[in-house]
Design a protein around this ligand. Structure first.
Ligand code: FAD
Length: 524
């Protein structure tokens, strides 16, 4: 039985009804499909919007499933029609309409199995890690909070946790832990997936492995993740959170790469390594005020050499510890790990926070952005993976050139290790080098006319991509968005594309799933 079509949207994400009042000139959902739907004019506007705030596609209906069977029934109903598509909507935090389905069915994954939470202890005989089975529609924040009740926590995160398990596993899921544990797609033991033919299949490395690896990073193209078993670790209590300022990219990159190459755990390395670029100036959004953790930590400008350029760099690190650990022990581990790094002396900052407070750090920024109006405005974000051999050129041309005045939000850049990613998944990485960087340009501007017109920001994104192309940089888009098959083909490369379309033929031959990615067209 499918429950549906009430406004089952978390209050925090409630969005205004569009100017047409949600009514449009749309046909009703045919009874013959056998699913309970809504006529279009009562379809909640939420399904036609996303965090990007730039795309809009009104679906035929928003389906609210209780369980996997409801998801399967919806997909089969679409398959039995001549033209319907199905988009799983996680928390709608895509940028370019990826979770939308124009005149199709949108499944609100947040409705699915909200109570599902089953911890599986690890240990002997196989020495397995503990794990937890959760709904594909669970938010990572919910997973974390419940795991902490058991003294456990996931190993790999995104910076922001109000994203769904299925939504991030369909992309990769990257944060400062990924250098050690790999992306979230490397931390899943098993999934239950509803394919484009409406089959409900359990998959893992050993069972239905092609579906398992295809679905991870698969942009929703091969199946809808209804359950996932996520690998866990014992949760620490506290985090020493550190920021170090650099004036030269080469030194920042050398130190960051050195830190991600240290032996894992046991105080031998940090537990989290990220970095960001900021403007050499006092702008409260783009400049040095973004570096100190609290206002009473002074950013002593006299420490900066006169040779510093238009942008500066900040290495952000974290070390886990337990409340029972002696402070001098934590201090000495940190001192040892920071030894030999080339940051600007006197421009290092640290604070000690609880583990969950650290992981939910972006929720604080969310509150501020909601208050200032930049959460609800358009977000023309650009995310890229850039190989080690190209990141210096990227810094010179993009950070020190096109973006020298900032973007009105964080500009993240930090290294990752290819060997922690599984090449069997559908995730696309740059062609060369063990080390590659994630670059995330997270624009939080006031809506026009208080802020710049969104078209200008989109044009700037295009300019960045053009520069990458012209200079022959080795890069790939993360959370990609393309309009034509040719562009997708180039994105995947010839071998990757052949594998991707082969998987599509096997698991979603009628191209019913995730039409908002604009990769394939629904076949009759
Ligand atoms: P949606 O936007 O709802 O869906 C994304 C795609 O996945 C769609 O194609 C959809 O159809 C498909 N999909 C959704 N659920 C399922 C499912 N259960 N099964 C199959 N397909 C599904 N990413 C990072 O890697 N690291 C970060 O630190 C990070 N921080 C972010 C911070 C913010 C504020 C925002 C807005 C985004 C951030 N992202 C980050 C990007 C984020 O991981 C992706 O946008 C992700 O897709 C959002 O998850 P969602 O649940 O909202 O998915």
């Amino acid at each position: 039985m499918i429950a549906y079509l009430e406004r089952l949207v978390p209050e925090t994400d409630a969005e205004p009804t569009p100017p047409d009042g949600g009514k449009g000139d749309r046909p009703a959902l045919p009874d013959s499909l056998g699913i309970h739907g809504t006529s279009l004019d009562s379809c909640p506007a939420i399904a036609a919007r996303d965090f990007g705030g730039m795309a809009s596609a009104r679906p035929l209906a928003l389906v609210c499933p209780y369980g996997s069977d409801d998801v399967a029934r919806t997909v089969r109903a679409a398959a039995s029609s001549a033209h319907l598509t199905v988009a799983a909507r996680g928390n709608g935090h895509s940028i370019n309409g990826q979770a939308m389905a124009h005149m199709g069915l949108v499944i609100d994954m947040r409705c699915l199995d909200p109570g599902l939470f089953k911890v599986i202890p690890g240990g002997p005989p196989d020495g397995d890690l503990p794990s937890v089975v959760v709904s594909g529609g669970a938010l990572w924040e919910e997973v974390l909070v419940r795991c902490l009740e058991h003294g456990l926590a996931p190993q790999s995160y995104t910076d922001y946790l109000r994203l769904t398990v299925g939504g991030t596993l369909s992309n990769a899921g990257v944060s400062g832990q990924a250098f050690r544990h790999g992306p979230q797609t490397s931390n899943v033991a098993e999934m239950e997936v509803v394919t484009g033919t409406g089959e409900v299949l359990v998959c893992s490395e050993k069972e239905n492995s092609e579906l398992f690896f295809g679905t991870l990073g698969g942009l929703g193209q091969f199946g809808i993740i209804t359950k996932a078993r996520i690998l866990l670790q014992p949760a620490p209590d506290m985090v020493r959170w550190i920021r170090l300022v650099y004036t030269r990219f080469a030194q920042f990159a050398r130190d960051a790469e050195r830190l991600i190459d240290l032996p894992d755990g046991g105080g031998g390395s940090f537990d989290y390594v990220e970095g960001f670029v900021f403007v050499h100036g006092d702008d409260p959004v783009n400049g040095w005020p973004t570096v100190p953790f609290v206002p009473d930590q002074e950013f002593d400008l006299t420490r900066l050499p006169h040779t510093a350029g238009p942008v500066l760099y900040c290495l952000e690190l974290a070390l886990h510890y337990r409340t029972g650990d002696r402070p001098c022990v934590v201090d000495s581990v940190v001192k040892r790990l920071l030894g030999g790094l080339s940051y600007v002396e006197g421009l290092e900052f640290h604070t000690d926070v609880g583990y969950s407070e650290f992981l939910m750090r972006v929720s604080h920024a969310e509150q501020q952005a909601r208050a200032s109006g930049t959460w609800d405005g358009p977000h023309p974000w650009l995310n890229l993976f850039v190989s080690k051999k190209s990141i210096g050129d990227f810094d010179r041309t993009v950070f020190n050139g096109i973006l020298r005045k900032g973007i009105g939000g964080p500009m993240l850049v930090y290294p990752l290790l290819r060997s922690r990613w599984d090449g069997r998944t559908s995730v696309v990485l740059p062609d060369s080098d063990e080390i590659f960087y994630i670059v995330a340009l997270l624009r939080f501007n006031q809506p026009y006319p208080l802020g710049p017109p969104v078209e200008a920001l989109i044009a700037q994104n295009h300019e960045i991509i053009d520069v990458c192309e012209k200079n022959g940089l080795d890069y790939k888009l993360y959370l990609p968005h393309y309009e034509s098959e040719d562009e997708w083909r180039r994105h995947f490369g010839s071998r990757g594309w052949a594998r991707f379309i082969d998987r599509k033929r096997r698991f979603d031959p009628m191209a019913i799933l995730a039409p908002g990615q604009k990769i394939f067209s629904r076949s009759p």
